[in-house]
Write a new protein. Structure first.
Length: 277
């Protein structure tokens, strides 16, 4: 990567600087999430660890044949599962159970700690909540920080959790940053607290997936060149990955809304993975 100044890194990796209405999305999604929880039957705040934020909501569908696990974004330092309950809406109508994971945030914990929390969350779902039919077709997806965490779940040895080595049918990381080292040069690192050493250990470009199931990276076509590059690079480096998909006319924030849009490339990818024969 050529040397750039901090202003370049900030503009490339802080989408709030390039999306004029970025501040509107949190409140809007929060309203959507509240409406979904009022409308859909679900199990709320299922604990998977000792931290108060180590909880999961499950929007189960009767006789579901698949389950989608969603990991929220917020650059590992913001948002919660409640903001993203709405990701269950369209998937539930297609007979797919949806679990939305909550996790502790930086700076209280590190990104490596959050990876551990997500592993615990998925293992707990597997052993305590998902049905046998749902476990046959588990898909992991997530947005932004959750995109990174989605891919990190594919670099996990699940046999250590008394699970199959490949417990998923696929994954869809949305707008992830898979090599986090550039974030050291941004204001995001004030809370992420990355060092050269910790960023290197977290770099998914230099790791190989242990889960042998398809990964379909998605990014918004209006995102910065670095966000696009990150998705294209993980697709190139990981043998399990399909070519990255650019979602037309979407930026870093509204790209994730494709989960709730039945004709979007994200929804299509999730269905293709979850309902494959």
């Amino acid at each position: 990567m050529p040397l750039k100044d901090q202003a370049w890194y900030e503009l490339e990796y802080n989408p709030r600087l390039s999306v004029s209405d970025a501040a509107d999305y949190g409140p809007k999604w929060t309203e959507w999430g509240e409406a979904t929880r009022q409308r859909l039957h679900h199990q709320s705040n299922l604990a998977y660890g000792d931290h108060p934020r180590e909880i999961t909501d499950v929007f189960a569908v009767k006789e579901a044949k698949a389950a989608v696990i969603f990991i929220h974004g917020g650059y590992w330092r913001g948002f919660s599962k409640d903001v993203f309950s709405w990701v269950a809406d369209a998937l539930n109508t297609r007979g797919i159970t949806v679990a939305v994971i909550n996790y502790p945030l930086c700076p209280e914990v590190t990104i490596a700690d959050i990876v551990v929390s997500c592993r615990k969350a998925i293992a707990t779902l597997w052993h305590q909540t998902l049905t046998d039919d749902e476990k046959k077709n588990v898909i992991v997806t997530g947005h932004s920080a959750g995109g990174y965490l989605t891919a990190a779940m594919f670099a996990t040895d699940w046999t250590g959790f008394t699970m199959p080595a490949t417990p998923f049918k696929g994954g869809v990381p949305i707008s992830g940053v898979f090599d986090v080292k550039p974030l050291i040069q941004t204001s995001i690192n004030e809370q992420a607290r990355l060092t050269d050493e910790s960023a290197s250990a977290l770099n998914l470009f230099t790791q190989q997936p242990l889960v042998r199931a398809p990964l379909i990276p998605v990014y918004g076509a209006l995102e910065s060149s670095e966000f696009r590059r990150q998705s294209e690079e993980i697709a190139r480096r990981w043998s399990i990955a399909e070519p990255a998909l650019g979602f037309a006319n979407r930026h870093h924030f509204n790209v994730v809304e494709g989960i709730n849009e039945p004709d979007s490339p994200i929804f299509d990818a999730l269905l293709r993975l979850a309902l494959q024969a």
